[in-house]
Design a protein around this ligand. Structure first.
Ligand code: DX5
Ligand code: ZN
Length: 221
């Protein structure tokens, strides 16, 4: 299985000091920057776009940037995010009429591609596109806001997704997003996740390194 990655969601960072916040969380041991893009249409909130991604790259961020698109439609913004320095681009199947085409578009732009599943969205969307995936992201909250509670139904879904990945033989990361904390990350890991998004659990505490160290200790148990 892939190496475990801690992916702080900058949704809970102080946007007035974003460059510094990202530097600090990476210095604290984060592996990847989780970048939540919301359009006030697919989800009821509005956040950041390619300009901010590019600004982080210009600021000197070299870590992978994991762009989670909660927007509809997705296709026309993908080249802009690729140019802005996105590493992974993931999107929700409900926001693309042609899944296979959107995944290929991401890969043609030189980025890694992934599909995101809302808590009530079926994994059947995976059936014919496993060969095009670098990441499967399962939402453990309904998307739109940080600071919500982890939905336990995500654990069953993680086990199902893990089984599908292992049976496929493809190298696909299994990411979980929403309500991940020090006190539940161990059972989330046990259910099959290898990439852990955490927003409020990290940025809500003064010592980012202490939280990330505790998370790593829990998943190493
Ligand atoms: C929710 C976003 C998440 C969010 C997670 O729609 O996709 O990435 O920032 O925040 P926490 O970890 O606070 O649940
Ligand atoms: Zn997210």
């Amino acid at each position: 299985m892939a190496q475990n990655w801690i992916a702080p969601s900058i949704l809970s960072a102080d946007f007035a000091r974003l460059g510094e916040e990202v530097d600090n969380v990476l210095a604290a041991g984060a592996d990847v920057v989780h970048f939540d893009v919301m359009d006030n249409h697919f989800v009821p909130n509005l956040t950041i776009g390619p300009l901010v991604c590019e600004a982080l790259r210009n600021h000197g961020v070299t870590a992978p940037i994991d762009v989670h698109l909660m927007i509809d439609p997705v296709d026309r913004i993908i080249p802009d995010f690729a140019k802005a320095g996105a590493s992974y681009i993931t999107f929700h199947p409900e926001a693309s009429v042609h899944l296979d085409r959107t995944l290929q578009l991401i890969k043609d732009q030189g980025c890694k591609a992934g599909l995101v599943f809302n808590p009530s969205t079926s994994l059947h969307y995976l059936d014919h596109v496993m060969d095009k995936l670098d990441m499967i992201l399962l939402m453990s909250v309904n998307p739109g806001f940080g600071g919500q509670s982890f939905l336990p139904s995500a654990l069953t879904k993680l086990r199902d997704a893990r089984k599908r990945i292992d049976e496929s033989g493809f190298d696909i990361r299994l990411e979980i997003d929403g309500g991940v904390k020090v006190d539940n990350i161990r059972e989330i890991k046990a259910a099959g996740a290898d990439t852990f998004v955490a927003g409020s659990a990290i940025f809500g505490k003064p010592d980012y390194k202490a939280v990330i160290d505790q998370m790593r200790a829990e998943i190493a148990k």
